[in-house]
Write a protein that binds this ligand. Sequence first.
Ligand SMILES: *[C@@H]1O[C@H](CO)[C@@H](O)[C@H](O)[C@H]1NC(C)=O
Length: 248
Amino acid sequence: MEMRLITAISFLWISFVLGQLPPEIEKCEAGDSICIAETVTRLLRLYPKGLPSIGLQALDAIRFENVVVSRIEPNSPATLDLKFRNLTVRGLEGATVMEAKGFDGELPRVLELSAWVPLLKLEGDYEMHGSLLNMPIQGKGQAQVVVKEGRFRCKVRALEQLRKDGKRYIEIAKVKCLLDLQGMHLNFENLFNNPELSDAMNIVANTKWLEIWHALRKGIISTVDRLVETILKRVADKLPYDDFYREL
Ligand SMILES: *[C@@H]1O[C@H](CO)[C@@H](O)[C@H](O)[C@H]1NC(C)=O
């Protein structure tokens, strides 16, 4: 009896340490890109607060510190310094994975994930100065940015890592994403240290959101790269690549 208990506990412990998909997640055959897209979406729906056994962090609120969106540098066209001292991203748990290409066995390769996110909310303490759309701007305070209907397409360079447990893991070498969106709503509080001016400026900014998006796109996308890389690296580190697929 005692022996059985010990065996059961060690089994649980080993499966926890190795990283296993929970039984309610049906595994896919390698290369079945539709099944893989659905499975990843299902994981996000079932575990918005994360799933530590596979290294999945809570996607309903992801926190960052020191996010530089734009920086004035010599030899760069940027005219704005904009950074967030802290930033919380909410809404990623609502992502639907549309496509998962390249998940078919052999590594190294480039994996491609496309996802649609209906509403993404970013909130944090910002600091900015410089000029935006040829208007001088400066401020420091809280900011909220809402991204509507974002379409993400990320390419992930995945290397193979054979570990001591005899299993193959993915090593994420690089993540590069594209992002398209249907709308953006900005609210930067305390611009020019003046509430009336700040409100007026935010109204102007929101009528010109598309231009602002184009002006800041590069920095926003590199923040997205960092976000996706952080999430994927944790899962890749915990869940063996071999255990992701159904055995044939
Ligand atoms: C950012 O930091 C400030 C000050 O420490 C805190 O009040 C605020 O709640 C934080 N915001 C986010 C979104 O983490």
